[in-house]
Design a protein around this ligand. Structure first.
Ligand code: PEP
Length: 254
């Protein structure tokens, strides 16, 4: 059966000491309180990753991830970080194609497909983000947009590679806005994504794919979202910066 995951995305927040402080609170609370959760991932800025991995040793439910990786193996790409480097400090996941990367850094599906390949080559799990803008939803294009993001971003993978992927449905209009998709809206899209995976691969692959919901998820709405049959956890932005809120979201699975 597919894994239930709650992943935090710290974005460009928390300096080194602040990050270690929040993470220390998270791992202690998870150990004591989050008995039913299968996996907790914290995707921090690069500067924290090595230390967080050291701190997480012995906490088998907690893994660490990056928020981006360059598509090339290495080379003259000033300011960039490679998948090999990320792997070398012990991270397990990399967020690929977050809408902020698509919007502010011009990342398109073609580039994101290359990033996915590179991340997989280094035995890291991509958390591949898809989702429509408000304009696309209002124009009733959301299903087409999501299908295209899947086809161009990840459907070139063979089934064993695809099995290492986590998908995150994040409607752009819900990210950081305080507006959450209703559980029915989110479930509708998650079910659609699973059907698309079944049509491309097969039902078993679809049933084994973890699909997270992201977009203003908080301790109040998490339980209802996570109770939907095709929602396997969350990708959490703002609320992952506060250890108490993040752990309360994690506990929505208990
Ligand atoms: C995100 O950045 O992936 C996200 C879901 O953000 P927020 O929870 O703040 O909406």
């Amino acid at each position: 059966m597919r894994k239930k995951i709650v992943a935090g995305n710290w974005k460009m927040n928390l300096d080194y000491n602040e990050g270690l402080g929040v993470f220390s609170e998270i791992i202690n609370m998870v150990k004591d309180e989050a008995t039913g959760t299968q996996e907790v991932v914290v995707c921090s800025p690069f500067i924290h990753i090595h230390s967080l991995v050291q701190m997480a040793k012995g906490y088998h439910k907690v893994a660490v991830g990056a928020q981006n990786a360059h598509q090339a193996e290495s080379g003259a790409y000033t300011g960039e970080t490679s998948a090999k480097m990320i792997k070398s400090v012990g991270a397990a996941y990399v967020i690929i194609g977050h809408s902020e990367r698509r919007q502010y850094f011009g990342e398109n599906n073609e580039l994101l497909a290359k990033k996915t390949d590179t991340v997989l080559k280094h035995d890291l799990h991509p958390i591949f983000c898809i989702g429509e803008t408000l304009q696309e939803r209002e124009a009733n294009q959301h299903f087409d947009v999501i299908r295209t993001q899947l086809v161009e971003g990840v459907f070139h993978l063979d089934a064993p590679q695809f099995a290492k992927l986590v998908l995150a449905y994040e409607p752009v209009w819900a990210i950081g806005t305080g507006v959450t998709a209703s559980s029915a809206q989110a479930q509708e899209i998650h079910e659609f994504i699973r059907k698309e995976i079944a049509a491309k691969y097969n039902q078993e692959v679809a049933d084994n794919t973890t699909i997270l919901y992201g977009g203003s998820c908080n301790p109040k709405n998490a339980a209802e979202l996570f109770a939907q049959p095709d929602i396997d956890g969350g990708l959490i932005g703002g609320a992952s910066l506060k250890s108490r809120d993040f752990v309360d979201i994690i506990k929505a699975f208990n």
